[in-house]
Structures are given as C-alpha cells and as structure tokens.
Design a protein around this ligand. Structure first.
Ligand code: GTP
Ligand code: MG
Length: 300
C-alpha cells in the first residue's frame, strides 16, 4: 500500500489504512505502535524547540537569496518557487540538487536529491556544468540525483506516496516536485473540478510535508503562474485544507525576470516567521549566482 517505513506508518491516518481490510481500531493500534517506536506524538513547546533546532539549511548559491529566506532553505517545511515561464524555477531546482550534496561548511547537507519531474525539464547536462563550476566530482554528483518522471497527476501522487523507502535507502535530503501544479492544471479544467483538484493537491502537499518532517529533508515545489499569482492557494478556490497547507510550514517565493538578461528578482511573499522582502540573483552558465558589485545591483 506504499508504506515501506515505520516513519510513513507513524504519520498515516486510520482512513489511509482502511484498504488493508483492517478495522479502524486495528489501524489506530498500528499507527500508535509505529509512533511509539519513532517517538512521534504530542510534544511540549520545549521539545518543539528542540525539533526546530534539528532544522538544517541549504544554500541557493546566492547569498542575497539565502538571506531573504533567513539563511537558506529549511528542512521539515515546504519552500515554493512560483513565477512565469523562464523565471528560473527549474534552474533553481537543478542548482539545489547540486548544492544539497555540498558538505555543511559549504552550505549543503551532504546528501542526495529526489527530483519528481512533471514537465520533462530535468537536464543532466545542466547539472554537469553546475557541478563543474563548484569543483565537484561530476560522476558522484549525477549519481546522487534520483529523477522520477511523472506522467499524470495521479502518477505524481503515486510517486510521492511510494517515495519513503527510496528516501531512506539513498540518503535523500531534498525532495523536489517540479512542477507541483502543471498536471493538475491541465487535467482538472472547469469550475466543477476545482474542489476535487484542490483536495488531491492538498493531500499531496500533506504527504510532502510529512516526508520532510519524518526524514528531516528539504521540500521544494514549483508553481507556474499566468496572471493570477495566487490561483492555487488564494481566491480562485476555497479549499478547506489548502490554506492550512499554505500557511503552516510554507515559504513562498515569487520569481520574475528583470530587464537585464540573467538577473532575476525574488520576492518573499509568505514565510512562517520572516518579513516579506525582495532581492536579486542571477542565472548564468554556472547556475544560480550572487549578483556582483560590477553587475550594477538593482532592487525595487
Ligand atoms: P517554466 O518551467 O517554463 O515555467 O519556467 P522556469 O521558471 O522553470 O524557467 P527555467 O528555470 O527553466 O529558466 C529558464 C531560463 O534560465 C532560460 O530562459 C535562461 O534565461 C536561463 N538558463 C537556463 N539554462 C541556462 C544556461 O545554461 N546558461 C545561462 N546563462 N542561462 C540559462
Ligand atoms: Mg520549469
């Protein structure tokens, strides 16, 4: 049923175990046992603080961008990059797949990446040039990125539901879903499908957050926009769980192109505890980089 680890059982709901043909009571027993064995239950605030202290941070490659989000992407929560085509969402995802492998003193987590690719945009060549520019062993770097192509939204959901064993066995420290919403958007058209789409999307996001917490990994999703930036978590729909997902552990960054080619503008739109703000970075042959002095820094 897609539960390959104690961690995923511990964070399951009794409803999810129903298809196993066991009673709710039995399902609750199973979940309780799983929780007991990995100590996931009610926590006091001081324990929460301790949990937060185990949060690790990952560099984007740009100090400005890192500072904007409080020092890099955090484990145990979801970071969303949204913006129009070509704004750099997938480029950042590629860069993060390389950076995650850096040792902690260089801003990485010394781990591997899982890339759920829904638009067939993953390019190994791009990884190679980014790894090269960081002076890393290219063969090692490409070995430590597991790519799963998702053909439909259901397939995408299935991949994540079954990711726990891969995560555990491969020292995965980051899960990327690029793009989170593309399949949903093309498959669920028309107002009457909005509720179902939102329900599925929320469940998908919940699965992601639970994996991120259970395995102390970074979680990244991308989201394209047309004219309404907030179409998925804002006014277009009124989801029951959607806002909860969007607001609990969710850092959202809005990316846009600038008048000058490689420079991109990132705006922190929402964060659990940081003020909104803006900063610039650039995308070059080497990947995501800090805009340097000579590049005539531009802020709005
Ligand atoms: P969609 O997935 O279409 O919504 O866009 P996205 O936000 O994922 O865009 P993506 O990250 O793919 O950005 C593409 C842009 O990155 C290109 O238009 C280039 O400006 C830049 N880019 C990509 N590869 C290279 C490269 O090898 N060198 C340089 N200099 N820029 C690159
Ligand atoms: Mg993309």
């Amino acid at each position: 049923m897609g539960f390959h680890t104690i961690e995923s059982l511990a964070t399951a709901t009794a409803r999810e175990l129903e298809p196993a043909g066991i009673s709710i009571k039995k399902a609750l027993d199973v979940i309780r046992l799983a929780r007991g064995s990995i100590s996931l239950s009610f926590v006091r605030a001081d324990e929460l603080l301790k949990q937060r202290q185990s949060i690790l941070r990952l560099t984007t490659g740009s100090k400005t961008l890192d500072d904007l989000i409080g020092g890099g992407l955090e484990t145990q929560s979801i970071t969303e990059f949204y913006g129009e085509y070509g704004s750099g969402k997938s480029q950042i995802c590629h860069q993060l797949c390389v950076n995650i492998q850096l040792p902690p003193e260089r801003g990485g987590l010394g781990g591997a990446a899982l890339y759920i690719d829904t638009e067939n945009t993953f390019h190994t060549e791009r990884i190679v040039s980014m790894a090269q520019s960081l002076g890393l062993d290219i063969e090692e770097v490409v070995k430590n990125i597991i790519v799963a192509e998702a053909y439909t939204s259901d397939h995408q959901i299935f991949l994540l539901e079954n990711a726990d064993r891969i995560i555990k066995e491969n020292n995965i420290r980051m899960i990327i879903v690029d793009s989170l919403t593309a399949h949903f958007r093309s498959e669920y058209v028309g107002r009457e499908t909005l509720a179902l789409r939102q329900q599925k999307l929320n469940k998908h996001m919940h699965k992601l957050i639970r994996l991120a917490r259970a395995f102390n990994t970074i979680a990244v999703v991308t989201n394209q926009v047309m004219s309404k930036p907030d179409v998925f978590f804002g006014d277009a729909v009124h989801p029951i769980g959607g806002h909860i997902v969007a607001h609990t552990s969710h850092t959202r960054l809005y990316l846009r192109k600038s008048a000058r080619g490689p420079v991109r503008i990132a705006r922190l739109v929402s964060s659990p505890y940081l003020p909104n703000g803006e900063g610039v970075f650039k995308i070059t042959e080497n990947g995501v980089e800090e805009v340097e002095e000579g590049d005539e820094k531009r802020r709005r």
